[in-house]
Design a protein around this ligand. Structure first.
Ligand code: BGC
Length: 441
């Protein structure tokens, strides 16, 4: 794929790399006993101060796109007060990308929100719709003089649904196990759970003023999904109004859902909750951001574990780069706009596995394009080793390593490999070819 138009890049999210995102909900939760974050993000990868160096590395390796997010809590730390200086920071990032020949792909919301929003009911409350519209209006009005090809309103708009699915599955599993166990066991667990629940509620009230904060990554109700879709739609309208040449869309986390005998119904339900439920709200969007990491298989007993001996990534799920083209094809059956791969990648300490993953995922993308599917770009997750939410700093997704103490960057071969895929420079293409040969051994 040596096509100048095709975007090959990497992605990050503000909270995971910038550091000191102190006005956000997730920052607040990191400080809590029951917030669910065993490790704090602190200064993260210090990307807020080092973005120039990071963009230069990206360029040097031959990549031509960078997907990053704007942190709402920096732009609007207090409801209705918009910070021009923080906005200038993101404009500087855009300019830095442009100066380096890198296409900036901007995400307006990537999991973290201003703390005040959660105090007002968060992502289960209709206040989000107007609040997100105002924030989008401010950002889009400041970006209006820039040439930006793609803006992603909301990262993984279906994440709350996915979390609700996980919780439902865990409950089913728990109930199944406990029906085979003694009632004594159930009694003890419930007592402990009840006590912790009360303490948690107390802490939530202290920090957020609500018993159960509805952050973006909380399990979502069907009403909550509708609210997210409304917020998305009004943000798209604002972008079209203020930036008529920019394509607007959102991204979804999409597993490659596979049905094995007896698992057809469960697989269909899962795909509905991951994708089809959101389709009516996005069908007219300019593009969709596809984010895939693995597959999930359903049989007659529900979700199947990976096959014996299957390679797993640090995250514990199956190494399965073929999931990406499968998902792209399935999405394209229903959605006819542009497709951007906004995230795809693995966490591993063995960079040669990352090279293999990218190579195989990419080969699949190439086939999709050959078959006429409008895939416009591929963003690897992630540019940097970063703060992987509740897993803290233990997961290494990056094309660039980051020393936790000094923040020194180490370029991994996979970065040059990815850059080589689209390079006009034959040296870089040869590097990619050599890496492919190495990975194929
Ligand atoms: C999210 C990222 C996250 C990645 C790896 C995606 O769901 O958008 O923020 O780090 O997966 O787990």
């Amino acid at each position: 794929m040596s096509n100048k138009e095709f975007l090959i890049g990497a992605a990050t999210a503000a909270h995971q790399v910038e550091g000191n995102n102190t006005n956000s909900d997730i920052w607040a939760m990191e400080q809590m006993k029951y917030g669910g974050y065993p490790e704090k993000s602190l200064d993260a990868a210090d990307h807020y101060n080092r973005y120039k160096e990071d963009i230069a590395l990206l360029k040097e390796a031959g990549l031509n796109a960078y997907r990053f997010s704007i942190e709402w809590a920096r732009i609007e730390p207090v409801e209705g007060t918009f910070d021009e200086k923080e906005m200038q920071h993101y404009l500087d990032m855009v300019h830095c990308c442009k100066e380096n020949g890198i296409e900036p792909i901007i995400t307006l919301h990537h999991f973290s929100s201003p703390k005040w929003l959660i105090e007002k009911g968060g992502w289960e409350s209709e206040v989000v719709i107007e609040a997100f519209e105002k924030y989008t209006r401010f950002v889009a009005s400041r970006l209006a003089n820039e040439v930006i090809k793609y803006i992603c309103t909301i990262n993984e708009a279906n994440m709350g649904n996915l979390i609700a699915i996980y919780i439902r599955q865990a409950k089913e599993q728990y109930e199944k196990q406990n029906s085979e166990n003694s009632s004594m066991q159930i009694g003890l667990n419930l007592e402990q759970m009840q006590k912790e629940h009360e303490e948690k509620v107390r802490e939530n009230l202290e920090v957020f003023g609500v018993e159960e904060p509805a952050v973006f990554v909380s399990p979502r109700s069907p009403e909550g999904n509708k609210i997210i879709m409304e917020a998305h739609k009004s943000a798209v309208e604002v972008i079209h109004e203020l930036m008529p040449d920019t394509k607007a869309g959102l991204s979804l986390s999409l597993r490659d859902v596979q049905a094995f005998p007896g698992g057809e119904e469960r697989a269909a339900r899962d795909w509905y909750e991951e994708f089809e439920e959101f389709l009516p709200a996005i069908i007219d969007d300019d593009f969709i951001g596809v984010q895939n990491y693995t597959r999930t298989r359903f049989g007659s007993d529900g979700e199947l574990s990976p096959e014996e001996g299957a390679e797993l990534t640090q995250m514990g799920y199956e190494f399965y780069p073929e999931g990406l083209p499968h998902v792209i094809r399935r999405v394209h059956e229903a959605f006819k706009g542009d497709i951007l791969v906004t995230e795809n990648g693995i966490a591993t300490d063995d960079d040669s596995r990352r090279v293999e993953f990218i190579m195989r995922a990419f080969a699949g993308v190439r086939e999709c394009i050959k078959d006429g599917i409008p895939v416009k770009g591929y963003m690897y997750w992630s540019l940097l080793d970063n703060f992987e939410w509740q897993s803290g700093y233990t997961m290494r997704f990056g094309l660039i390593g980051v020393d936790r103490a000094t923040k020194e960057r180490t370029v991994k071969p996979s970065l040059r490999f990815l850059g080589g895929m689209n390079s006009a420079d034959s040296k870089k293409r040869n590097f990619a070819a050599a890496a492919i040969a190495g990975a194929a051994k």
